[in-house]
Each structure stands twice: as structure tokens, then as C-alpha cells.
Design a protein around this ligand. Structure first.
Ligand code: HAM
Length: 417
């Protein structure tokens, strides 16, 4: 019979490694809280239209990578390939426009993309992200980039320079598209079939194509940042000023266009050399037209998402140590019915005082229980049998030091470590 395995591009996160995930998630939640972001939980799947209209139907994510299916009621459903579109849908549906702006939301989600699986690129992956709605000014762009930098520092990352760019607004994009098409036209025959289609519909997406032949062609394409309108240029200059005021180190990278259609003006990424060819750990930007695109009142937005798998790879490659949680504290080896009963009661007493405690529930021999306690790494072991109970005292064994201390059973109920 064939062995059952996890689907390609998915993986189990096992108890021995989960502490790193929990730590990264906990620090993210703490940092978001410090910056006044509140958690939102959105559905794992949405109507396909949410992503077609939000992320854009000429993007790789929507055209090639979405898990889309008809449900039993004949509705087209897609597993979320990212969080922004769902959060924007929720913002409108739940009337969050009436909350005083900026409305700051953060999330911790799984996302799904049918991609070619390789190091750092999975079909199910995890994102920590946030979105802020309602503020047009560059101050919030700078605050979000500073939050990201603050988080990276808290996680102990050493090189955290964030790359920024501006991809302008729909009006400067129109002018730029003409310029880009003039540049690309002579190379049209050598491009992949998807990019040939994109040439008429959305030429900027060609710059983001993952095909090697298209990458070569776009290498010397004119940069959007050199062709943005005055308003977008003023916004970008003010963002730089704000970042300088906050002391955030950044670098301008005119090649960043991002792979999703909703972006306007500011875009940013954090890229590492350690995470395989897919080095982008985090990406984000402003999307001032998304809420309107979804039928809501025109409202600006900005946010980012970072890939947890890639962040943890970076943490490992920078040899940053995340402390393992304490091993279990105390183990009650038990003998006979009265020993087993008292062990259970003492375990509950210790747990109620916040101390991890365990006892044998499988009727194992004393030798087997001691072997289990030492393998599991308990700090203390106590043997509870008829003899100890009638004497009213036990020996508390310190496993690391190999020492023993006699202690009254009655004192164990208020014992501290
Ligand atoms: P994104 O750049 O598509 O942006 O994804 C954000 C991050 O998710 C990436 O930088 C990467 O770390 C991680 N990621 C993406 N695809 C995969 C994959 N197949 N395997 C592992 N990790 C992956 C967004 O998703 C936007 N929603 C970000 C945003 C929020 N923009 C504004 N607000």
C-alpha cells in the first residue's frame, strides 16, 4: 500500500521546532500592540472575485497560482493566496470606515499558492502581516517601515536594511506604461506567452515575470521611480525625510514593482541572501485604490506581510538562538495504587500553581519511569510508594546535580522552585 504523505509544498511543524514559531508570532503581536494594531482573523477562503479584483487578474498569483474550485453550491471559491484582499473586504463589510482612522489591523495567517516548490517557496506558507486604512500621508508609510525594522531588531536580526521604491499612482502609471511598451515592443517575440498577453493589458507585470528570458529583457527597462508625477514624487521625498527622522536605515531600489496589482506609490521589501532564490522575507506597500475597487468609499491603505518560513530560515542562518522553553519541571514516579493516587493529586496541585508536573499513567515499572523522566529532561523526580506515604516524607531528586533532599509530603503542597 502507498504510504500517505503530506501534499507537495506543505509541511508539518513539529513540537521540537514550534517554540521558534511561537516566539516569532508572540513578538510580532507584542510589537503590533505597541504600535496600536489590533488582531483580525479572516476566512481561509473567499469568493474568487475578491482576489481577481483585489490582487489583479493579470498577476502570477491569480493567473497561475491560486487554488480555485467550485463548492457544492457551484460558487467559485479560492484559498487565500495572501491577506490584504480579505482584510480589505472585511473592512468594508464590517463598516470599519466609521472607526476613527487610521484603522490598524494585524494578522497571522496561512496562505496558499500553487508555485514551483523550492527552498523558501511552499504551496502552504505562513504570513505575519498588517494593514492600516484611512491615512494618505507618508507619515504612516514611515511608521509601518519603522515597525518592521523594530520587529527585526527585537528578533535579533543583524542586517535589516529595507528597500523602498515608488510605483506611482494610476495617472503616472499611464504615462509610464507608454514608455515601457515602447521599450518592450522590439522584444515582444522573445517574451513568454503570458507576458505577450500582459503587454496590452498590464505591461508593468512583465517586469515581475519569473521567466529567465523575460527577466533578461526587462533588465534595462526604464524605471518607474524616474517617471512618477509630482505628487507621487513629493510623497516619496517626504517618506525619505520621515525615515531619516526616525533613524531607519533604508535603500532605494528602483527594481521593486511587487507582484500584486493593488499597489500605488510606496512599495518596500526586505530581502536576504540566505533564503534561496526567493530571498524576499517581507513585502508591502500602499494601495490607495483597493477599497474603492471593492465598491467601498475611497479610502487609502498600506501594509506588509512577512513570510514566517523565510524569517525563521534567516534567523537560523544568522545563528540567532531562540531559547527553548523550560523542560518539564517535576516528575512523580509512582508505585502501587496509593502512590499513583497521591501522585495524581500532587500533579494537579503543582499545575494549579503554574509548575509543569507529570506522573506515570501507564503502570510502568519504577526503572522504566526513571528512564522516561531522565530522557524527558525533568529537573526533579520524586518517588511515591507505600513506604514514602507511611513515612510522610519523600526524596526530591535533583536530576542535573544528582543530589537528593528529604522533604515532608505535607510541605510539597506549597513547595516552590
Ligand atoms: P507578497 O510579497 O506576495 O505580499 O508576500 C509577502 C511575503 O510572503 C513574501 O515576502 C514571502 O516572505 C512570503 N511568501 C510569499 N509566497 C510564498 C511562498 N510560496 N512560500 C513561502 N513564503 C512565501 C503579499 O502577500 C501582500 N499581501 C503584502 C501586503 C500586505 N501588502 C500590503 N499589505
Amino acid at each position: 500500500m502507498n504510504k500517505i504523505t503530506a501534499p507537495k509544498g506543505t509541511r508539518d511543524i513539529l513540537p521540537d521546532e514550534i517554540y521558534k514559531w511561537q516566539y516569532a508570532e508572540k513578538i510580532f503581536a507584542q510589537v503590533c500592540d505597541l504600535f496600536a494594531y489590533r488582531e483580525i482573523r479572516i476566512p481561509t477562503f473567499e469568493s474568487t472575485e475578491v482576489f481577481q479584483r483585489g490582487v489583479g487578474d493579470t498577476t502570477d498569483v491569480v493567473q497561475k497560482e491560486m487554488y480555485t474550485f467550485l463548492d457544492k453550491g457551484g460558487r467559485s471559491i479560492s484559498l487565500r493566496p495572501e491577506g490584504t484582499a480579505g482584510v480589505a473586504r472585511s473592512y468594508i463589510e464590517n463598516g470599519m470606515g466609521s472607526i476613527p482612522a487610521p484603522v490598524r489591523l494585524y494578522y497571522n495567517i496561512t496562505a496558499f499558492r500553487y508555485e514551483n516548490v523550492q527552498k523558501g517557496r511552499y504551496r502552504e506558507f505562513h504570513q505575519l502581516g498588517l494593514e492600516a486604512f484611512g491615512s494618505y500621508g507618508p507619515e504612516i508609510d514611515a511608521e509601518i517601515i519603522s515597525l518592521l525594522s523594530f520587529y527585526f531588531n527585537k528578533m535579533g536580526l543583524k542586517s535589516t536594511k529595507i528597500k523602498i521604491n515608488s510605483i506611482g499612482c494610476p495617472s503616472c502609471r499611464k504615462t509610464y506604461d507608454i514608455l515601457l511598451c515602447d521599450y518592450l515592443r522590439p522584444h515582444l517575440d522573445s517574451m513568454c506567452s503570458t507576458c505577450k498577453e500582459r503587454f496590452d493589458k498590464n505591461p508593468l507585470r512583465i517586469i515581475d515575470c519569473k521567466e529567465a528570458r523575460c527577466k533578461v529583457i526587462t533588465m534595462d527597462a526604464p524605471a518607474l521611480l524616474d517617471n512618477i508625477c509630482e505628487e507621487c514624487s513629493t510623497h516619496f521625498a517626504a517618506l525619505e525625510e520621515n525615515l531619516k527622522t526616525l533613524g531607519i536605515s533604508y535603500e532605494i531600489d528602483k527594481r521593486i514593482v511587487r507582484g500584486l496589482d493593488y499597489y500605488t506609490k510606496t512599495v518596500f521589501e526586505f530581502v536576504s541572501e540566505h533564503v534561496g532564490t526567493q530571498g524576499t522575507i517581507c513585502g508591502g506597500g500602499r494601495y490607495d485604490g483597493l477599497i474603492e475597487e471593492f465598491g467601498g468609499v475611497k479610502t487609502p491603505g498600506i501594509g506588509f506581510a512577512l513570510g514566517l518560513e523565510r524569517l525563521l530560515m534567516e534567523i537560523d542562518s544568522q545563528e540567532i538562538v531562540i531559547d527553548k522553553p523550560d523542560n518539564s519541571i517535576i516528575y512523580f514516579a509512582n508505585l502501587g495504587q496509593s502512590g499513583a493516587d497521591l501522585a495524581k493529586v500532587l500533579c494537579m496541585n503543582f499545575r494549579s500553581r503554574g509548575i509543569k508536573a507529570e506522573t506515570d499513567l501507564m503502570g510502568r515499572s519504577l526503572k522504566a519511569q526513571m528512564k522516561y523522566a531522565s530522557k524527558t529532561g525533568f529537573r526533579y523526580v520524586v518517588v511515591l510508594g507505600e513506604e514514602e506515604i507511611s513515612a510522610g516524607k519523600v526524596k526530591l531528586k535533583n536530576m542535573a546535580e544528582g543530589t537528593e533532599q528529604e522533604i515532608l509530603i505535607s510541605d510539597m503542597y506549597c513547595m516552590e522552585f
